[in-house]
Ligand binder design. Sequence first.
Ligand code: SF4
Ligand code: SF4
Length: 181
Amino acid sequence: MELPLIPGRECGPCVECCRFIPLDLPELSKPTGRLCAYCVDGAGCSVHAVRPQTCRTWFCVWRVVELDEAWRPDRSGIIVRPDGLLTGEMTLYVVRRTDFLRAAILFDTVAQWLSEGLKLAISVPGPVGMLPVRAEVTDYLLPAVAAGDDVMFQRLVEACLDSLDAHDFEPDGIEERYAVV
Ligand code: SF4
Ligand code: SF4
């Protein structure tokens, strides 16, 4: 899916998609949670000019929607996945728990999305090589959002993350292959 990017916005030192999004391509496959071997942590892609097409077209929502700088995935610990953008479902892929989970801007943004009729899901990665798990949480979070109760919202999000972390994760079955030339 190719989405128009916000002009002037760059990934900077963020490399979270190169770490947490699995790839299974002829020229590059790497399991979930392992940083791509072509990636320089904190700097970016070392094969930028010849990177696979998937890498050229996949961007997190922070690159395509006017979200605050605090939402940048390496700062927030959340990759907002682009998959549901066209169908009205936002997925918060929480790759790391940070203080951002208690930030007013998270609560306010989610409240805005739900008021616009968007649906919300939360996802977490498992150990390296395991598929992420995911839960649809719109109805679960709606009472806290409707009441404007950010403390309840934070408690529910933490409980959801605890529950997802306790899942039996399934292997992604991806074997590493690096053949970009
Ligand atoms: S997760 Fe988003 S901001 Fe971070 S490197 Fe990927 S596209 Fe860029
Ligand atoms: S080839 Fe480059 S852009 Fe693609 S996952 Fe690896 S480091 Fe990231």
